[in-house]
Design a protein around this ligand. Structure first.
Ligand SMILES: Cc1cc2nc3c(=O)[nH]c(=O)nc-3n(C[C@H](O)[C@H](O)[C@H](O)COP(=O)(O)OP(=O)(O)OC[C@H]3O[C@@H](n4cnc5c(N)ncnc54)[C@H](O)[C@@H]3O)c2cc1C
Length: 533
């Protein structure tokens, strides 16, 4: 399938018209959530991008439903969070049903209160989510180029890519960098010859968008468990409509083509629901795999192209968005000549470590939810429903669950970019969130620049260094909540543009922040001067 056609002018090769070269800084392959967020962040940072997708239209069926708090925080930096929240439904409670009987009701409430501005996940179907991202991208002057399929590319000191257009002609596109956001069957990954080790679950997954009535249509999450399968019901913004996601492990059903009629009766046996209309129904297999590398030379892998796993826990799309933001600011700094190319070396170690952990834990969770072994069944059907309410009532376990699922505890402590700690907060941690009257300490992060935070008072030396480096210094008067969040008075927190702490220096050595920037070959100056819009 590899096609290698090189041309500098319009001509016909092997029956295909190859058009003039086009040039950009970053060529993004795939306009799923990962590619769209990468394009959006890069555009906000004044980087020239092209984003192409082989489909003629955006997706109309939803896969991911849960948008986690960390994603909303990152969206907050580009003014997108509130639009998502307005269009979503908050997930505030879950009910567990075991073979048709309600066994447990757990109110999440604002389980992440004090940890994030977004204390619970929200439900926002992926198709609507993508439409919103496309609209925002258009506002910053970038249109998704559709019916454009990447065929092949080569990289030396730059990327030369061949893209098939809807009329069958092939365009050569030159770019400084290429980002493979092209999903599980990534051509970018294949072209780079990067392995995608892992496996495929034997279960068939199904997803259905339905209109229904009954006790489960109450705006809460419902999870049905039985001997070896599971079923989850997600409320949508419009009352009366829900999304059902489930698995079928039954050998007889797996042999045939699964239809809604095959599972309809089972659904009603598990949860009390009266289905009025099925808008769409689809089945799919789920894999658990992580790419061996997330980067080769001038090419990067992100999102499902780099890692896929079971949808249990609602992490996949959010992880792809995390990849996109991690890479976006690094590319922007390098392309604007404000950092050495070695900054890009940190993308793979920072994101692959989290992806590997995630695939492992979602695999364990999925196996626990679907295993037919007697011990697993006993745990799932008897122990978990009994244990869940007291676990949620106990603040430390509730907070830990929230931090894990919301991805607010993802950190880059092991990264070469992360240094030191003061108190419990380390270089590589997400900035602890603190509410300050009607605002919060995340507000300055909308500048998308390197900046220094001081909670308390800043030394003269720190002020001087920030001024000579053109590094914004944000001083927040000290309050008790800051100590509770793990911050320490008068320490200097050097923030990366993605809201993670690069290094934290105690008051006495706050001036060493300059040395950090020199060691990592970073010019801290904000990007505003070089932004095009
Ligand atoms: C049923 C289900 C439920 C899920 N629930 C959740 C959830 O609740 N929360 C969550 O976080 N995740 C969930 N996920 C996972 C989530 O849907 C994916 O992780 C997400 O879609 C990945 O986004 P992406 O942009 O990386 O890839 P994709 O969405 O797969 O997008 C890739 C894009 O690349 C394009 N493309 C491919 N090849 C080429 C080419 N050669 N040239 C040009 N374009 C190309 C494709 O057309 C596509 O538009 C769920 C998944 C499923 C299946």
């Amino acid at each position: 399938m590899a096609l290698r056609l090189f041309s500098k002018s319009n001509k016909v090769i092997a029956g295909m018209t190859v058009s003039d070269d086009t040039e950009t800084d970053v060529l993004i392959i795939g306009a799923g959530p990962t590619g769209l967020v990468l394009a959006l962040w890069l555009a906000h940072m004044g980087v020239r991008v092209r984003i192409i997708d082989k489909t003629a239209e955006p997706g109309t069926t939803s896969r991911a439903l849960a948008v986690q708090a960390r994603t909303l925080e990152l969206y907050g930096q580009i003014g997108l969070a509130e639009a998502v929240v307005e269009r979503s439904r908050a997930a505030l409670a879950v009910n567990l049903w075991v073979t048709g009987k309600k066994r447990t009701h757990v109110a999440f409430g604002a389980m992440g209160e004090g940890i994030s501005r977004y204390p619970y996940p929200v439900i926002f179907p992926q198709d609507e989510h993508e439409r919103l991202l496309i609209e925002r991208l258009s506002r910053v002057g970038v249109e998704v180029e559709r019916s454009m399929e990447l065929l092949d590319f080569e990289t030396t000191h730059q990327v030369v890519a061949h893209v098939k257009k809807s009329d069958g002609s092939v365009e050569t596109c030159r770019a400084a960098w290429i980002a493979g956001c092209d999903g599980a069957h990534s051509i970018v990954r294949e072209a780079l010859n990067i392995g995608f080790a892992g496996g495929t679950y034997e279960h068939i997954f199904y997803v259905a968008d339905i209109e229904a009535t009954g006790p489960v249509m109450n705006g809460e999450l419902h999870v049905g468990l039985d001997k070896s399968d599971f079923l989850a019901l997600f409320p949508l913004k419009e009352g009366g409509r829900v999304r059902l996601v489930g698995t079928v492990s039954d050998e007889a059903l797996r042999r045939e083509t699964l239809t809604w009629d095959d599972i309809n009766t089972r659904v009603m046996e598990w949860i009390p629901i009266n289905v009025v209309r099925v808008n769409w129904f689809s089945t799919y297999h789920v894999h658990h795999r992580v790419a061996e590398h997330f980067r080769k030379g001038h090419a990067f892998l992100l999102g499902d192209a780099a890692h896929i796993h079971s949808p249990v826990g609602g992490q996949g799309m959010n992880t792809g968005i995390g990849d996109a933001v991690n890479l976006a600011w690094k590319l922007a700094w390098v392309l604007h000549g404000r950092a050495d190319k070695s900054l890009l070396d940190s993308y793979e170690p920072e994101r692959i470590a989290f992806a590997r952990r995630l695939v492992e834990t979602t695999d364990q969770a999925f196996t626990a939810v679907t295993s037919s072994r007697p011990t697993a069944r006993f745990l799932r059907l008897d122990v978990v429903p009994a244990l869940l309410p007291p676990l949620f009532a106990f603040t430390p376990t509730r907070r830990l669950l929230y931090q894990t699922v919301s991805q607010t505890n993802v950190n880059y402590r092991e990264s070469a970019l992360s240094e030191l700690h003061v108190g419990p907060v380390r270089g590589g941690d997400r900035l602890p969130w603190v509410k300050i009257s009607n605002a919060d300490n995340f507000a300055p992060l909308t500048a998308l620049d390197w900046q220094v935070h001081v909670y308390g008072a800043a030394t003269q030396e720190l002020r001087r260094i920030c001024s000579t480096r053109d590094l914004r210094l944000h001083i927040f008067p000290w309050r008790a909540e800051m100590a509770r969040a793990g911050l320490r008075p008068n320490a200097a927190y050097l923030m990366r543009p993605d809201g993670y702490i690069a290094t934290v220096q105690p008051e006495a050595t706050a001036g060493r922040i300059g040395a950090y920037l020199d060691d990592h070959h970073i010019a801290a100056v904000g990007l505003s001067a070089s932004r095009s819009q």
